[in-house]
Design a protein around this ligand. Structure first.
Ligand code: 5GP
Ligand code: ZN
Length: 140
């Protein structure tokens, strides 16, 4: 058994567990974080499994960066946040809980306190609606 077999994000890539997808290309996938730090919190992953920044192949890293900018622009247009927090964690000690490279895009409002991610499940209908609003901008 290798790291991919039990990896939750690899399962999303394979389609064996569901996600509210925002966009997808050959190398990357973006979908709503199931327990968002704020409304619109989106994750961008490489389709190829790599645990973190230290392990990911350069081509996949660049592909994730490209998709992150594309999705960040779409979130900015769709949801008009005051700011966007972009981040990622490497290793459990740094707060990484899913050991498959991913970038968080967290819309922020003026005066908003730092929200914790991965704590409180979002409302499935709201996640679905937000994904749809972001997708619409991407399809324009
Ligand atoms: P990190 O590893 O950077 O701390 O964060 C992992 C993120 O993945 C968390 O914000 C968490 O809510 C999210 N997450 C964990 N499992 C799933 C899942 O099955 N589906 C989705 N869409 N997000 C997940
Ligand atoms: Zn994986």
């Amino acid at each position: 058994m290798n790291a991919r077999d039990n990896c939750i994000f690899c399962k999303i890539v394979r389609g064996t567990i569901p996600a509210h997808k925002v966009c997808e290309d050959e190398h990357t996938l973006a979908f709503m974080d199931v327990s968002p730090a704020s409304p619109g919190h989106t994750l961008v992953i490489s389709k190829a499994h790599a645990a973190n920044l230290l392990e990911i192949a350069e081509a996949d890293l660049l592909a994730v960066a490209r998709t992150t900018q594309r999705v960040a622009r779409a979130i900015h247009k769709a949801l008009a946040p005051d700011g966007l927090r972009i981040g990622q964690f490497n290793g459990a000690a740094a707060g990484q809980t899913v050991l498959h490279y991913h970038v968080h895009i967290v819309p922020m409002q003026e005066g908003q306190r730092t929200g914790a991610h991965g704590r409180t499940p979002g409302d499935p209908e709201e996640l679905k609606a937000l994904a749809s609003r972001i997708r619409e901008v991407l399809q324009d």
